[in-house]
Design a protein around this ligand. Structure first.
Ligand code: AMP
Length: 387
């Protein structure tokens, strides 16, 4: 494979843009399908075909001459992906997409594979909601089965009087009620598997959310005790590999976990590159974006260790701060003294409340210094965006 390869991406958001940025050095060319068209963040790195996901003419233009198709937005219809798969290799498979699109199906997959989840019940009527609340107790979290992201489509039920309002807001669509998990921290595992079967996992990432939206990520996760950290990494990778095998998965898969006193509880998976893996662009030897592309093209995967640990030191760290609803001055974001490297990633999006418009990656040989800088920059992000 030496000539240019043409990669088609469903979706033209920031994840598409970052796939393009990672793939251009490999000699890849990109075409995106996006209802947003030329205004898409991905427009800077490839051709954008503007059209609805199910517009046959747009799909025709999008699919022509591509070597492989993937997606950066998982709420595309599996039907559409299946149609494309008849003409061009599509990775991950439409089946993997479907397994992750519905929270209840996803939970059943986790359970079948022995991956612990919060006690959960499907809910499609007010009676079922009352029965689920009685069975699981409160607090609990009510979530839409489909189309939820960044905390949208969910309601925290603290007490019985919250049930009515949550039902009024969400009851139109199929739901799932989950018991509230008291967690020590939130962790995510990003794994990649190539068409050749080669698999690589990045170190577990510690994530902090606010109002359901990822605010910061940090690696190594602050798990107490080296022995426990190694055990949780192993446990997460075991679950990740079980999912890759069960779904016949090719590409990058992210799995979000709660760390509890009893180990990991899976929350959800994303069949794509993931916000909690953005630190890998700068802080890991190979980024999630590059390994996703290598995986779907059957190329050897790159190593996934922490760059800050190069040279044998075990003390390296990496982190990411999301810019939500506002972009800080470039000089304020980048200016720093000391051994922490900062890398700014802006998405070409106009700020709106709750909208991710960029992020800053940090890495260096001293994990404590990286964590300190992360806190400082999270403060800057709050002052410019949403505090
Ligand atoms: P999700 O859209 O499922 O990723 O949920 C967004 C965020 O809400 C999670 O990252 C958690 O911070 C919180 N959350 C979701 N489900 C639960 C739960 N069952 N127990 C406690 N917190 C939760």
């Amino acid at each position: 494979m030496t000539g240019p390869l043409r990669v088609g991406v469903l979706g033209g958001g920031q994840l598409g843009r970052m796939l393009g940025l990672a793939g251009i050095p490999l000699g890849l060319r990109f075409r995106f399908l996006d209802p947003g068209g030329d205004g898409s963040p991905a427009a800077a790195v490839g051709e954008v075909v503007e059209g609805a996901w199910d517009d046959p003419a747009a799909l025709e233009r999008f699919g022509a001459g591509l070597d492989v198709v993937t997606w950066e937005f998982e709420n595309v219809s599996a039907e559409v992906v299946r149609g494309l798969a008849e003409r061009v290799p599509v990775h991950p498979s439409p089946e993997a997409l479907e397994a992750a699109q519905d929270r209840w199906v996803e939970k059943q997959t986790f359970q079948r594979l022995g991956i612990p989840i919060a006690p959960s019940r499907p809910v499609s009527s007010r009676e079922e909601l009352d029965a689920a609340v009685a069975a699981l107790g409160l607090p609990a979290v009510l979530k839409t089965r489909r189309f939820g992201y960044d905390g949208k489509g969910q309601a925290l039920l603290r007490e019985a009087s919250d049930v009515e309002a949550a039902w009024a807001r969400l009851g139109e669509t199929p739901l799932v009620l989950e018991g509230f998990v008291t967690f020590r921290r939130e962790l995510s595992l990003v794994v990649a598997r190539s068409t050749t079967g080669e698999t690589r996992a990045w170190p577990l990432t510690e994530n902090v959310h606010r109002r359901g939206i990822l605010r910061t990520s940090f690696v190594p996760a602050g798990i107490e005790g080296a022995g426990r950290a190694a055990a949780l990494q192993e446990e997460a990778e075991r679950h990740g590999r079980a999912l890759l095998d069960a779904l016949g998965y090719v590409g990058v898969l992210a799995v979000e976990f709660f760390e509890t006193g009893d180990g990991l509880v899976a929350n959800e998976m994303a069949p794509r590159v993931h916000n909690s893996g953005h630190w890998t662009q700068d802080g890991a030897f190979t980024s999630q974006f590059e390994n996703h592309l290598r995986a779907i093209l059957g190329l050897p995967l790159g190593p996934t260790g922490l760059r800050g640990s190069a040279g044998g030191g075990a003390g390296g760290g990496a982190g990411m701060v999301n810019f939500i609803g506002g972009i800080p001055e470039r000089s304020a974001a980048l200016g720093a003294e000391g051994p922490v490297v900062r890398a700014l990633h802006l998405y070409d999006k106009s700020p709106r409340p709750g909208r991710k418009v960029g992020h800053l990656n940090l890495w260096g040989p001293d994990a404590d210094a990286v964590r300190g800088a992360l806190e400082e920059l999270a403060g800057l992000a709050d002052r410019t965006g949403e505090g």
